[in-house]
Design a binder for this molecule. Sequence first.
Ligand code: PRT
Ligand code: ZN
Length: 290
Amino acid sequence: MEREVLKIAIQKSGRLSEKSLEIIRNCGIDFQTDSRVLRERATNFPLEFLFVRDDDIPTYVKDGVADIGIVGKNEFDESGFYLDTVKDLGFAKCRLSIAVPNDFDYKGIESLNGKRIATSYPNIMMKILKERGVDASAVVVSGSVEITPQVGIADCICDIVSTGTTLKMNGLKEVETIYYSSAIMIARPGFTNTVSKKNEILFRLLERMDAVEKAKNKKYILFNLPADKLDEAAKIIGGMKSPTVTPLMDKSWLSVQSVVSEDRFWSVFEDLKSIGAEGILVMNIEKMTE
Ligand code: PRT
Ligand code: ZN
């Protein structure tokens, strides 16, 4: 086993946990997920997991307890720590919105002046409201934000919204979206620019993540084609360097292989058929590098 390990902080249990681990597993990294442990070492890659609460991830990375972490952009920005964003992982997408009780006479953002707004994200909220010229106060709560207007400790709320169901269920209407978030990978400032064994490990991990992502929206196609249709087929497939062409026993036919992005797949499939392609075989690609 390699001695140097890269330490990654991951949410122990919550909305980010499963997907964070799935991304790593898709990179061919094996580990046992026993949710009772707080630390775990991958079996075939120099990576150590620290399973913690998401709120603590920016602190762990800042203090060097972990080298990198996967956390919601909202938690990271709220922490205010000066850290690097290595990669936007694109999952756990959500927004931070202002919501008011249904009977609140909302006329635009100026209606928030002088109001008490309950939130778990006072730093992000106050910064944005200030930028928009709103003078409101934050009532900081760590959970159940949506019940605060009913119990009278706030006039409205600023909370994470995904589908909007929670707001509706609590008699609230979303009136302003002030911020968007998704899961990101963070690292200590400058970590990605330093030359070190750990940094090398990070780059290996990022390269693998890249290969998985590239493959995700691509299909591998293999088909037989009348030899005189090759130029036409290349035009249909387009956007790639050149298809791989193999002669068949019957000299008037070729076997052609290529990669096509999923969004263009059906039109490519139909166009290839229309020029006489046969036996079109389509396969998912697990990983892909340039
Ligand atoms: O225990 P720990 O502190 O680790 O977890 P947590 O409870 O603080 O966080 P968790 O697991 O709920 O969320 C982790 C991250 O997921 C957040 O920081 C966001 O970046 C992201 N995320 C994505 C969400 C949501 N979607 C989301 N819908 N975080 C919270 N919610 C909550 C929101 O607070 C509200 O209560 O879901 C409710 C709204 O959902 P809808 O679908 O009804 O609109
Ligand atoms: Zn949390």
